[in-house]
Ligand binder design. Structure first.
Ligand code: SF4
Length: 118
C-alpha cells in the first residue's frame, strides 16, 4: 500500500507528472528555453520538458508563481469572495463531461464573465 502524501509538487517535472500543468509556459519564460522547453506531447498538449538542470533559486521562483503548483482561494464569506483583480465572485461551480473520452482528453478551464455580473 502506498502512503498518500498531501504536499505540493517541488518542481516542474512533479507538476507535469501530477497532471497539474496548465500549459501556460511560464516555467520556460522564467528558466529560459535552454533549461525548460515547451513541446507538444503525444496527446496534443503543450508541456514543459526539462532540457538541462534548473538552478535551485530559479526553481524556487518558478514554484512560487506557477499556476500548476496549486491554487488557493479566499475563505467564503456571506458577501461572496473578494479579490482585488477579479472583483467579487458570488459563486464558483465545477462541471465536466459525462463522456470519459471527452473528460480525460479535453482539459480546458473557462470563465463566464457575464455570469459574474451583479
Ligand atoms: S509554469 Fe505553466 S507550463 Fe510550466 S509546469 Fe507550471 S503550469 Fe505547466
Amino acid at each position: 500500500m502506498t502512503a498518500k502524501t498531501n504536499r505540493y509538487p517541488r518542481d516542474v517535472a512533479e507538476v507535469v507528472t501530477a497532471g497539474l500543468c496548465t500549459s501556460c509556459g511560464l516555467c520556460e519564460s522564467i528558466a529560459g528555453s535552454d533549461r525548460i522547453k515547451m513541446t507538444l506531447n503525444v496527446n496534443g498538449f503543450m508541456r514543459p520538458g526539462v532540457v538541462s538542470r534548473v538552478d535551485d533559486d530559479v526553481n524556487r521562483t518558478i514554484m512560487r508563481v506557477i499556476p500548476g503548483r496549486g491554487v488557493a482561494g479566499p475563505e467564503a464569506s456571506p458577501d461572496g469572495y473578494g479579490n482585488d483583480r477579479w472583483g467579487p465572485i458570488r459563486e464558483l461551480m465545477r462541471s465536466w463531461s459525462a463522456e470519459p473520452q471527452v473528460r480525460h482528453h479535453g482539459a480546458a478551464g473557462s470563465f463566464q464573465p457575464g455570469s459574474a455580473a451583479p
